[in-house]
Design a protein around this ligand. Structure first.
Ligand code: 8YV
Length: 329
């Protein structure tokens, strides 16, 4: 029987599905340190990960490994050059999380604009003694300009929701989306600089790559309106968190909402002390239905890539399909 490692705690019924096909080594505890991950992956044919770093040093200790299935749409934890060099397949879980993640982008953007977390903390601290005309004044969502950076599947789901709030939608992306999609979303393509100057609410929904590292740093923050909000539901590292903390403290932008952080689960201590930021622990896809769908899709990918089940040899979401059928090197 082929052997697989499941590197993280995951729904037990998904483990049962995998056990129908494989001998399963399940880490149902803390995140595996790199040396422990290497020790446990060494004799495996496949692995299921959720953000665990898989690079050449990991692949080199696991000569039988043919597939690593990531329970995430983002796969910046995979060194795809190393996967290609070793003929190891990587898979991810796109699409099933689009709508929940877009919902959360709105929740975070609105909480940020309307100061929900900050005012709730104040109330819990027993500070609410009277109504005041200028208590927790925020900025409007309806009728404002939404700037989406990264107009992929989640960005489009997010922009689609803007119609209900009569927003003006501008976007920036590596390439323009099809005219039909622009028309449906009523979205105008602009340069990153123009977007930062014009948007009342900037939302980041782009993948993390070496090119997108610090897409938003001090220079970009300086272009934004002093009242604007910035929401990051993409990846840590897309924003320079230290520069953002300074901009927030000096009120050079209005507020920020962050679900992802450089070096998470650690959070830059400077962000923890500024009031005008809403911080959540990477939960944009975290609904029961969506996390179940992601886990099952990650299992589908693993099962099919290892040549069993109804889609044997045809995993639904290959990242590097060219390696399918090639001998491990
Ligand atoms: C994952 C995510 O839950 O899909 C992604 O890219 O950021 C989240 O939905 C997280 O990455 C754990 O794998």
């Amino acid at each position: 029987m082929q052997k697989v490692l499941v590197a993280r705690p995951i729904f037990p019924d998904v483990i049962e599905r995998l056990k129908q096909h494989f001998e399963v080594d399940w880490n149902d505890g803390d995140v595996l340190p790199a040396d422990e991950l290497k020790r446990r992956i060494a004799d495996k044919d496949g692995a299921l990960t959720a953000g665990d770093i898989i690079d050449a040093s990991v692949l080199s200790v696991a000569p039988k490994l043919r597939v690593v299935s990531n329970m995430a749409v983002g796969y910046n934890n995979f060194d795809m050059a190393a996967f290609n060099a070793a003929n190891v397949l990587g898979t991810n879980t796109p699409d099933v999380l689009n709508e929940s993640t877009a919902d959360f982008g709105w929740a975070l953007m609105m909480a940020t604009a309307r100061r929900i977390a900050e005012s709730e903390h104040w109330l819990r601290a027993g500070k609410w003694e009277k109504w005041s005309y200028d208590g927790f004044l925020g900025s409007d969502i309806h009728g404002s300009t939404l700037g989406v950076i990264g107009m992929g599947r989640i960005g489009q789901a997010l922009a689609r929701r803007a119609r209900g709030f009569s927003m003006n939608v501008i976007y920036h992306n590596r390439s323009r989306v099809a005219p039909g999609i622009e028309a449906e979303l009523n979205a105008q393509y602009v340069s990153k600089e123009e977007l930062l100057r014009r948007a009342d609410h900037v939302v980041l929904v782009l993948p993390y790559t070496s090119e997108s590292h610090h897409t938003i740093g001090a220079a970009e923050l300086a272009l934004m309106k002093p009242t604007a909000t910035l929401t990051n539901i993409a990846r840590g590292g897309i924003v320079d968190d230290a520069a953002l903390a300074v901009a927030l403290r000096e009120k050079r932008i209005g507020a920020a909402g962050l679900d992802v952080f450089e070096g998470e689960p650690k959070v830059n201590p400077a962000l923890l002390t500024v009031p005008n930021v809403v911080l959540t622990p990477h939960i944009a896809s975290a609904t029961e239905a969506t996390r179940r769908a992601m886990a099952n899709l990650a299992a589908d990918n693993l099962i099919a890539a290892l040549g069993v089940g109804p889609r044997a040899g045809r995993p639904p979401n290959p990242i590097n399909p060219d390696v399918i059928g090639k001998a491990r090197s």
